[in-house]
Design a protein around this ligand. Sequence first.
Ligand code: NAD
Length: 310
Amino acid sequence: MEYRLLGRTGIEVSTIGFGAAPLGDVYGHVDAGEAMAAVQEAIDSGITLFDVSPYYGRTLAESRLGEALVGRREKVVLATKCGRYGVDEFDFSAERITASCEESLKRLRTDYLDVLQAHDVEFGDADQIVEETIPALRRLQEQGKARAIGITGLNLKNLRAIASRAKVDCMISYCRCNLMVDDLDDVLMPFAKEQGIGIINASPLHMGVLTEHGVPEWHPAPMEIREAGRRVVELCKAHGVSAPLVGLRFCLEHPYVSSTLVGMASRELVQANLKALSFRIDPVLLAEIETTVAPVHNRIWPSGRVENQG
Ligand code: NAD
């Protein structure tokens, strides 16, 4: 396993991070025992970063992860979120953020978080995030409840705009640095580097677009994007490799991203994804993937409030 520092937080994270959204049955039903085994396998393999949220399966993912981490808490960098609780349920008030942190601590069976981030800030009022949410996170940090604080979201300009008004330690950007979309470097990365903000890149498989299984029902991508993903999956198969392996490896090659969060809930997927550490992408295949993706390259779907797009 390889490790990198998360910006200037002093926290070291594994370059492959365990995305725990699937533990909340977000991508289909998961066997609880297998989910526990996946967490154990990941820890035994050197994965340290575990990312979850109360939103994933309406607290199910946090509860399962908490159970799986009993006796192993000190081996991991535990990251959760606050402010998002359902598809359309958001509350970024200081009061809710503070209560949410306590609830997450209980479910995760710990007395501190390594990272606590406001979840999908483009759904909130930017002034509230800057003036109320981030200050509330800072107070929790001062109380020792979270070692680092930050924001997450899809819209890069919105993340940058918020972080330029209220300092954060780290951010999660998702679906903006993978084989389908790679504008993270254009919009957010120069700012993040300059400010020393740690960047975690989530959804290397474009939330299932780059898998044989395909996307879950809730996936927001239009049909053209899903079809392009399907063609990439077929192309990789024709080259004798799996698209997830290529997709994850592509992300791991980013020089600044601290960790790439990939969603997994079985030992089999943990083992498959670890192979990306030593895998090399055939440049011929990569060029063919680029051509395949070209018609939808960097096309993203709207997310959040109208004023927070971009
Ligand atoms: P992803 O791109 O990691 O895709 C997950 C899907 O791919 C799941 O169905 C999983 O079973 C499948 N998969 C994973 N490895 C595979 C393999 N080797 N072979 C075949 N299928 C494989 O999407 P994600 O899970 O949404 O993103 C990763 C994590 O990032 C999440 O679990 C979550 O922790 C985090 N995340 C955060 C935000 C945010 O903060 N706003 C948004 C998205 C994701």
